[in-house]
Design a binder for this molecule. Structure first.
Ligand SMILES: Nc1ncnc2c1ncn2[C@@H]1O[C@H](COP(=O)(O)OP(=O)(O)OP(=O)(O)O)[C@@H](O)[C@H]1O
Ligand SMILES: [Mg+2]
Length: 456
């Protein structure tokens, strides 16, 4: 075929090992752009009694970071213990799940050395050839103390160094139930139970996830995860291509980095589709170029799940074509928080690029259109920023990436200031005061994650 050395089967198989649009990453080799976060986690885990909480917007890569860190930590001979929160989960049911995952039959059969060590706790026997239901286990857990006792067994039997990932912690409906984990972590520490936890959850702040008492979680190292760095985005593309002996047109990898808006899912998906297009190319391909990208981008848009794209469709379907340019303009630039003036500037550029007839809307008319995007009928794609009149942000940040892909597929290249995306200030230790100097030039923001509201 058209990629040297691959037929359809070998191509497809290889592809599933190098792009991951539909599942979290588990290995360092495939986790791009997260070295710093991994290091933070690794260091924190050395500290007895300390656990990890990874939080951030939907789709930024929380589960991937959590899983990869867990595999790094977990002693060989056993897998990390994975559980995921859901709406009707309670503290008990999560703990019961952990115990079943760790001690269940399949696990004991999988690891021969542990064959004979059935675990018994309060009349429940694991590893004796019978499955115990989560409900049965949960019914034995009355208090946080009970949970601690059970997890002690888990830690002793599972492996030398065991780690539990509680993914989607935010999904656990009740704050009260979530807060019980604070006492649990404390008790695990007090009793020197050798078991680590990594939690992940969607949220912009920790308070959202832990309720009013985030300080109760003193045992936590918190890692706020932002969108992927420019390097990370491009590395996903180039390393996948490399696995097939292909290079990538520089402009193409930048475009993918830009349209994805830093959401690794989009990068993975476009890369997957683009590689198939290269495979289908009638001539032998050595470099993936604009034509593969354009075709791949369209396929990627088609296959993005309906739930994610519905708000966009709500906003633009059955409206004048004009309206689409307004929506695209809202997704321009790199900042997640934007004011009406900036958006209008983007709009004028978009309007010109789209070669639409007539004159672009003036600011006032444009503002009226943008405001509509807050309403249900328009998919509620935007929401106002608190205490900042005239500022808006995407309600679902990930949707911004989808809008960018749509614009791109329609020939409108939105910008994302690609060259110097992150301004890192190395604060020259002001030896005398130990404080950050006040000499930071105006306009340079220190320690500002990209998600923060920029100053006016
Ligand atoms: N650092 C990374 N490098 C490469 N691919 C990544 C990275 N992080 C995440 N991905 C990919 O992006 C997709 C989304 O990642 P993941 O599921 O980890 O995000 P999430 O934040 O847990 O999402 P959700 O909020 O929906 O649970 C996955 O397909 C995953 O393989
Ligand atoms: Mg996740």
């Amino acid at each position: 075929m058209s990629i040297n050395g691959f037929d359809k089967d070998s191509f497809g198989l290889q592809l599933s090992e190098v792009v991951f649009p539909s599942r979290p990453i588990r290995s360092i080799q495939h986790l791009m752009g997260r070295d710093e976060e991994l290091e933070t986690i690794e260091r924190a885990l050395y500290q007895a009694g300390r656990h990890i909480f990874i939080f951030g917007d939907r789709g930024v890569g929380k589960s991937s970071l959590g899983a990869t860190a867990a595999y790094q930590y977990q002693a060989s001979g056993a897998e990390p213990i994975f559980v995921a929160g859901s709406v009707d989960d309670t503290f008990k049911s999560v703990i019961a799940n952990i115990a079943n995952q760790a001690l269940g039959r399949s696990r004991l059969e999988a690891t021969k050395r542990q064959e004979n060590i059935g675990v018994e706790w309060r009349g429940l026997k694991w590893g004796s050839g019978v499955e115990i239901s989560t409900i049965e286990v949960a019914s034995q857990i009355q208090t946080v103390g009970d949970a601690t006792e059970l997890l002690k067994q888990v830690a002793e039997r599972h492996s030398q160094k065991s780690i539990v990932v509680v993914d989607e912690f935010d999904a656990i409906g009740s704050v009260e139930e979530r807060n019980k984990f604070a006492s649990l972590l404390k008790q695990l520490g007090d009793q020197s139970v050798n078991l680590k936890f990594i939690f992940t959850g969607i949220g912009e702040t920790l308070d959202e996830l832990l309720g009013a008492h985030p300080s109760a979680f003193r045992q936590l190292e918190t890692v706020q995860l932002f969108r992927l760095s420019w390097e990370g985005r491009r590395e996903i593309v180039t390393s996948a291509a490399e696995a097939f002996g292909l290079s990538v047109d520089d402009n193409v990898s930048w475009r993918i980095a830009i349209v994805s808006d830093g959401f690794p899912y989009y990068v993975q998906l476009i890369t997957e589709k683009m590689l198939w297009e290269a495979f289908a190319d009638p001539v032998i391909v050595e470099q993936m170029g604009p034509q593969h990208y354009q075709l791949g981008l369209r396929k990627a848009i088609q296959s993005i799940n309906a739930e994610l794209k519905r708000p966009y469709e709500r906003a633009v379907l059955h409206r004048e074509q004009e309206f689409e340019t307004v929506v695209w303009a809202t997704a321009d630039g790199e900042d997640l928080y934007r004011n009406l003036r900036d958006m209008h500037e983007s709009y004028r550029v978009v309007f010109r690029k789209a070669e639409r007839e007539g004159e672009p809307l003036p600011q006032t008319k444009f503002t009226e259109q943008v405001r509509k995007l807050k309403s249900k009928g328009f998919g509620e794609i935007l929401q106002p920023v608190e205490k900042r009149p005239g500022w808006y942000t995407y309600k679902e940040k990930m949707l911004r990436g989808f809008v960018r892909m749509q614009a791109e597929a329609n020939g409108i290249e939105l910008s994302g200031e690609k060259e110097a995306p992150r301004q890192r200030m190395h604060v020259p230790g002001n030896a005398r005061t130990g404080y950050r100097g006040s000499s930071i030039p105006k306009g340079v923001r220190v320690n500002v994650g990209r998600n923060e509201v920029p100053d006016d």
